[in-house]
Design a protein. Sequence first.
Length: 233
Amino acid sequence: MMHRNLPGTALVIGASRTLGLALATELLRRGWHVIGTVRGHRHTGLHDLAETSGGRLTVESLDMTDQDQISALRDRLAGHDLDLLFVNAGIAHANVPVGEVTTESFTQVMVTNALSPLRVIETLGPLVAETGTIAVMSSRQGSITMNTNGGHEVYRASKSALNQLMRSYAARHAESSKTLLLINPGWVRTDLGGPGALLEIEESIPGVVDTLEARTGEKGLHFVDHQNQTLPW
């Protein structure tokens, strides 16, 4: 298996807080150069991290649900040769049966969790080196096989849609040598995961980066967890 020299340059989409901020922090700790995005122009923990990074972290503004902003970011990053593009995004509304979900809520979850990550990948993917990696934060809840308990129906559906769209992207780019990853970070105690989740962020993200680095050079699409275990579709 051919591995390019790591660490390199990573673009982390959605790095202002929780999992995304922890991902940027861990990549920096391992020697990567990181470009991290935040929504809007408010000061975030990512800005604080940049101030102590010795110039290895830069902050960009991006609302990834806005295609014009994605295109503008691509133009600003023209000439960069990325080794990793990591799209970290996810929202979940009320945990109710799908028949009780408003059209507006359903649309917002699907646009944020499935459509927008692929728009980012379609637009920014060409900046990633042929030996690089494109990764998206997915979830075991996107696995149809593993859905034996139900619940969180629209969130599950959005992650399944994300996985399916990545399968289509991989099929259209079958000749590419890039590594494509859908990563389940585990059930993590965040606003999204809730207080009853099994893992602290500090227990999840180092494993996510271990998996990223271990999978480097494996072309094609892989659906894996933070312990580098393959998940069923």
